[in-house]
Design a protein around this ligand. Structure first.
Ligand SMILES: Nc1nc2c(c(=O)[nH]1)N[C@H]1C(S)=C(S)[C@@H](COP(=O)(O)O)O[C@H]1N2
Ligand SMILES: [Mo]
Length: 365
């Protein structure tokens, strides 16, 4: 049998969900964007090179000398900032967990065609920057302003529409004190792929809202209709359903797969005896109150580590007496708003917000 031909660029390729094998286009996206290897759940703060990465178009080249941030639209004091202007403002560092809204998409059936994440589109970084709210207050928002639009330096075509990557927030969300304009990640200037020189970071929300390579902040008097706002990032039943906007991260726990992996299948081998299972849990809605671990369907509470921040994942551990044979390990988190994780994947047309309980099959020897 000959090799599968590599398809030409097909901007109008059909994007209907499929149950077929992984496509060339999904592999192409998977090779550009990367997940956090689950063993990195070990760290409170994810080392920068292990944090997940999602870039829709190309990573733009931005020169820090000529880069400017424009603040305009419905404001009384439109302004342009250099990177030194932004860095001279009051500085704040917050550990923040980010997750891509598409995390879990590749587990859905039929599978929406996009970046084929399994569970690894996650990471926690110490983001340093200046608060957005005071900047908006100094700009003087006009009374008719209802939303703030954030635009990045990257441009491309999605859904047949050419656009700069842009997303909006309502005034209420944009003025929250913890929303940052970040210029450092884990104590270093932002790397190119994570938004150099400046990005928005919106704690608690799925990652799409944290616009990278920020170039403009604009106050507008009607809900923003750019592609990445609508129709993208909506929980839709089908292509014709307008759906509900995707906002905060749904509750989720993940564990470090224990023992050692088989290279190709990633199936785990664990030595018999005491095995301490470890992982992290987070929710964009409320603090995590507990995690349970399931061993062959029997659930028991995990021990919780102290929180490391209001917007960061929380560590947990569970002592498992591993007995010889085949076992199924699962974990699930509950937040203070009573949100729990589903045991059946929550299907939607774009494959978003799939916080299905994680399952790890192990052989104890
Ligand atoms: N300008 C711009 N900002 C962006 C994106 C993008 O493609 N362009 N991707 C978004 C998405 S979908 C996610 S999940 C996060 C990923 O952030 P990270 O790559 O720093 O982990 O960035 C968001 N901000
Ligand atoms: Mo994302």
């Amino acid at each position: 049998m000959g090799a599968t031909p590599i398809p030409d660029a097909a901007p109008t390729a059909t994007l209907e969900p499929t149950d077929g094998p992984l496509t060339f286009e999904e592999l192409q996206l998977a090779g550009r964007n990367r997940g956090m290897p689950l063993e990195a759940l070990r760290y409170d703060v994810t080392p920068t090179g292990l944090h997940y990465l999602l870039v829709h178009f190309d990573i733009p080249y931005v020169s820090p000398e000529t880069w400017r941030l424009a603040i305009g639209g419905l404001v009384s004091n439109a302004a342009s900032f250099t990177l030194s202007d932004i860095r001279a403002r009051p500085r704040r560092t917050i550990p923040i967990t980010l997750e891509c809204a598409g995390n879990g998409r590749a587990r859905l059936s039929p599978r929406p065609l996009s970046q084929p994440w399994l569970v690894e589109a996650i990471g926690t970084a110490e983001w340093t920057g200046t608060e957005l709210a005071p900047l908006l207050e100094e700009a003087g928002l006009a009374p008719e302003a209802v939303e703030i639009v954030f635009t990045g330096a990257d441009r491309g075509v999605q859904g047949g529409e050419e656009h700069d990557y842009a997303r909006s927030l309502t005034l209420e969300e944009a003025l929250r004190p913890d929303v940052l304009l970040a210029y450092e990640m884990n104590g270093e200037p932002l790397p190119p792929q994570h938004g150099f020189p400046l990005r928005l970071v919106v704690p608690g929300w799925y990652g799409m809202t944290s616009v990278k390579w920020l170039t403009s902040i604009e106050a507008v008097d009607e809900p923003f209709g750019g592609y990445q706002q609508t129709p993208a990032y909506h929980y839709q039943r089908d292509a014709d359903d307008p759906g509900e906007p995707v906002t905060r991260m749904r509750v989720r726990a993940l564990m470090i797969p224990p023992g050692i992996p088989d290279f190709f299948t990633r199936h785990r081998l664990v030595d018999a005896g005491l095995a301490t299972l470890r992982g992290r849990a987070w929710s964009g809605y409320a603090p995590i109150v507990g995690v349970e671990v399931g061993v062959d369907g029997v659930w028991a509470p995990a021990a919780m580590d102290p929180p490391i921040g209001d917007f960061a994942w929380r560590g947990w551990s569970f002592d498992w007496d591993a007995r010889l044979g085949e076992h199924e390990l699962t974990c699930r988190a509950t937040d203070a708003a009573g949100n729990v994780q589903p045991v059946e994947p929550p299907w939607n047309y774009q494959g978003l917000g799939n916080n299905l309980v994680q399952r790890v099959d192990v052989t104890v020897r």
